[in-house]
Write a protein that binds this ligand. Sequence first.
Ligand code: FO1
Length: 305
Amino acid sequence: MRNVVVLTGGVGGTRLVDGLASSCDDEQLTVIVNTGDDFDHLGLRVCPDLDTVMYTLAGFAPEERGWGIAGDTFVTLGALARLGAPDWFQVGDRDLATHVWRTHRLASGTTLTDATREMTRRLGVTLPILPMSDAPAPTVIETTEGQRIPFQNWLVEQRAVPDVRRVHSERTGPASPLVLDALADADLVVIGPSNPFVSIEPILALPNVRALVAEKPCVAVSPIVAGRAVKGPLVAMMRTLRGVDASAAEVARLYADLVDIWFVHHGDGATLSGSIETDILIERRRERARLAAEVLHTGRRLAAG
Ligand code: FO1
């Protein structure tokens, strides 16, 4: 097996990416990242999932919280708030530099793919971190009350309280050429333990992506453990969007055409035939490499046919 491609959103999936990055031996790992969460904030282009992957692989991310930069300060945020600026989105002082520089590079005509490569290299990360698309494809949450709320406002400002009737992607642009190349060359696709509706589906919904993944050996790690989400608002979304209680088996139905083998937590495999039960709780850094090694071991056998 030469090429491993992982699809991820923010914190949950990135923990697996972190493990894979340290466990891939001879394989080339490529990370494809959801950009549906990206938004313009105070005039700056913010790409939370890309930054979560970048900071984690650079060793900057706080282990438990997962996003932002460990030990960051919030002096600028406080000063902005004094001026009357919104402070619901906690941008740290060092994190701010990323958004300023990215916005500048994009305004100079650089693609998001190239801007991400430039920044990751400067931070010492050599493996390819690919935004799913160079064209903005913002996720909008439609609530059961009929409101349409941009994703970060719904998740962070409104604390994911309004019930979700529909997840909508505005302007689903083409996947980036590097994303399509990576998938075409993949010997194994790994779907990380990210929210299927707002992290993985935006990637799969891009033209040709789902069809390319369907051709490949594919393993996935469940974002649900014992009926609870590893991170974020997935349990409520399973109820309002699918009308079911969250379980690994119900999430697996969403990718029935794609995934060959599921990794689920101990006790979650009974209703999901062919799944592998293991410890999929990988908040701590030392736990990530262990799960990643198990995923790769299974993936190598799958890829070998
Ligand atoms: N998540 C929060 O819950 N509150 C925040 O204030 C917040 C700020 C933030 C700043 C930069 C960044 O890269 C991520 C940030 N996140 C914050 C996380 C992020 O918005 C979400 O976890 C992801 O979009 C979901 O994948």
